[in-house]
Ligand binder design. Structure first.
Ligand code: NAI
Length: 296
């Protein structure tokens, strides 16, 4: 099964960390990309962050300035969800809340063509539940990128109960065309990576809560001795504590409150404080002053 044609229009709904990254990937692969966000100015900000990322690639000679200009010209800020009508693939990357995602997909169904594939970048929610209640739940599937989307190769192609095999195959071929390494999984809480990663975060958080040691020590051991790219606290600061806490809660609830997946009070405190990690300037570490990496 071939992937999406290069001249197919891709829409990305939600222009935060993931939406902007995914839009960059699709535009670099040659698609015209419509970027929409419900928050005023967010899509423009997302587009600006993509242009800054492209500039960094030019500086590192990984992209020519001609190509950068071509990619930039393919990235279009959509002023309303109705402007997404020409899209043949919509990728949703909004807040990790089932009811909000369901509303967005219901609205999209009224706007896009009958053959448009609707994909969700959800980290943990049931794709089956997101698609349920739609007129055509068969065209909905998960297309789960990892952060940062332009760098990370893995993409989980998530099948809901109603997802068409053909839709999953198109998404797999498209992900390959975009330089990604797709893997198929059915819609189980957290899919593969976020399921396996739960104990990685949870045990590190428990060590911290018990006062066993500090986050910098745990990160250094996991990174430098364990060979991981990042330690658990650095990674949670990158993901965003609002997003990570929502994923933890969703997996916990989906597994009938199994204590193995219990959310962390320390992380909940960070969310309550608005210390969401890198994106807010502060999380487990303080990013406002690069010379300090203070622990909370
Ligand atoms: P984010 O908070 O950076 O961005 C979310 C964006 O969605 C915001 O700009 C917000 O204004 C917008 N939004 C919220 N409701 C909307 C609506 N109804 N319509 C249109 N736009 C709306 O969040 P992030 O990190 O980009 O995550 C987005 C999704 O991607 C979530 O489902 C998350 O679980 C998933 N994800 C996150 C990863 C991460 O490391 N942060 C990794 C992989 C998936």
């Amino acid at each position: 099964m071939p992937g999406l044609k290069k001249n197919a229009v891709v829409a990305v709904v939600g222009a935060g960390a993931m939406g902007a990254g995914i839009a960059q990937v699709a535009a670099q692969a040659g698609h015209e990309v419509l970027l929409f966000d419900a928050a005023e100015g967010a899509a423009t900000k997302g587009r600006a962050s993509i242009l800054a990322a492209l500039d960094r690639l030019v500086e590192k000679s990984r992209l020519s300035s001609v190509e950068r200009d071509a990619v930039a010209s393919r990235l279009i800020v959509a002023q309303s969800v109705h402007s997404l009508a020409p899209a043949q693939l919509v990728i949703e990357a909004i807040v990790e809340k089932l009811d909000v995602k369901r509303q967005v997909f219901a609205a999209l169904e009224e706007i896009v063509g009958a053959d448009t594939v609707l994909a969700t970048n959800t980290s943990s929610l049931s794709v089956t539940a997101i698609a349920a209640g739609l007129q055509h739940p068969n065209r909905v599937a998960g297309l789960h990128f990892f952060n940062p989307a332009p760098v990370m190769k893995l993409v989980e192609i998530v099948a809901g109960l109603a997802s068409d095999k053909g839709v999953l195959e198109v998404l797999e071929a498209t992900a390959r065309d975009w330089g990604k390494a797709p893997v198929h999984v059915t819609s189980t809480p957290g899919f593969i990576v976020n399921r396996v990663a739960r104990p990685f975060y949870a045990e590190a958080l428990r060590l911290l809560e018990e006062g066993a040691t500090g986050c910098a020590t745990i990160d250094a051991i996991i990174r430098d001795t364990g060979g991981f790219r990042m330690g658990p606290f650095e990674l949670m600061d990158l993901i965003g504590h609002d997003v990570n806490a929502a994923v933890t809660r969703s997996v916990f609830e989906a597994y009938f409150y199994d204590p193995r997946f219990r959310p962390s009070l320390v992380q909940q405190e960070l969310v309550s404080a608005g210390w969401l990690g890198r994106k807010s300037g502060r999380g487990f570490y303080d990013y406002r002053d690069p010379s300090s990496r203070a622990e909370p």
